[in-house]
Ligand binder design. Structure first.
Ligand code: PEP
Length: 254
């Protein structure tokens, strides 16, 4: 009897790092060396967009950290989905909490970006997560439900096949306090229940959910084993090739 391994997605979000192209090239090369190819793991590196075309020449799956909701036009500084695709991105992170916080992105803006990215043929990693867990569980669960429901408004069931949701409790992103796998499991189930209500139970059952928020080599195993998720969105730990390589090796256990 052969045992079927789960397909795991590891998304590396470099954010606004590193500062220069040579440093980024060194990091990319080190990650490529440390990250062996496993059939059951998809590793997607999301460098700053200005570095994308340099990396696509080298190979590997790439993502962009944000896209604008128009492909072209008078939008100074914006990056269109088709531009990102044309320089090698096949994934787009959309609705990251840092963009919601620092760039004032609303659920409606996120929705427009999701639709534009899907139309351009990108796979979307839609980030959702509550600001705090203080108070009523129904309130923070409702916050996440709203992010999912508005973010996916107008996305057809067919296009949903190109969407992944990253559950990233905001308080755990960039902090030293990761969530617990048990709580992540509850939220992953809740997100799939929301998908079932919006679409149907069949798509919800296999709908991919990632965990993000201070994920590292020390906690990756617990999240992948007990968190009910299909992978991880990794920020800081993806800037250290050895640490990220360990996460990839851990993911290969599943
Ligand atoms: C992120 O950038 O989405 C993230 C989870 O960051 P960190 O792993 O550093 O918390």
């Amino acid at each position: 009897m052969t045992s079927q391994k789960r397909k795991i997605l590891l998304v590396a979000n470099w954010k606004c790092n590193p500062a220069t192209l040579p440093e980024a090239q060194r990091l990319f090369a080190a990650i490529k060396k440390t990250v062996p190819r496993y059939n059951n793991i998809d590793v997607v590196i999301c460098p700053p967009a200005v570095f994308l075309s340099r990396f696509s020449a080298v190979g590997g799956k790439l993502g962009v950290q944000d896209v604008f909701w128009e492909n072209t036009g008078a939008y100074t500084g914006a990056i269109g989905s088709r531009m990102a695709r044309s320089v090698g991105a096949s994934y787009a992170i959309i609705g990251h909490s840092e963009r919601r916080e620092h760039m004032g992105e609303t659920n409606e803006m996120v929705q427009a970006k999701v639709k534009a990215a899907l139309a351009a043929g990108l796979r979307v990693v839609l980030c959702v997560g509550e600001k705090s867990r203080d108070g009523d569980a129904a309130a923070y669960a409702g916050f996440v439900k709203e992010e999912v429901s508005v973010g996916l408004r107008g996305v057809t069931k067919q296009s949903l096949g190109n969407v992944i949701i990253a559950y990233e409790p905001i308080w755990a992103v960039g902090s030293d306090e990761a969530d617990t796998p048990e709580r992540t499991l509850e939220m992953a189930l809740y997100i799939r229940k929301t998908i079932a209500d919006l679409y149907d139970r069949t798509v919800a059952q296999t709908f991919p959910v990632l965990y993000g928020g201070s994920a590292n080599a020390g906690n990756a195993r617990a999240f992948l084993r007990d968190g009910g998720v299909d992978g991880l969105l990794v920020g800081r730990a993806s800037l250290q090739a050895k640490e990220f390589g360990k996460i990839v090796q851990i993911a290969n256990e599943f």
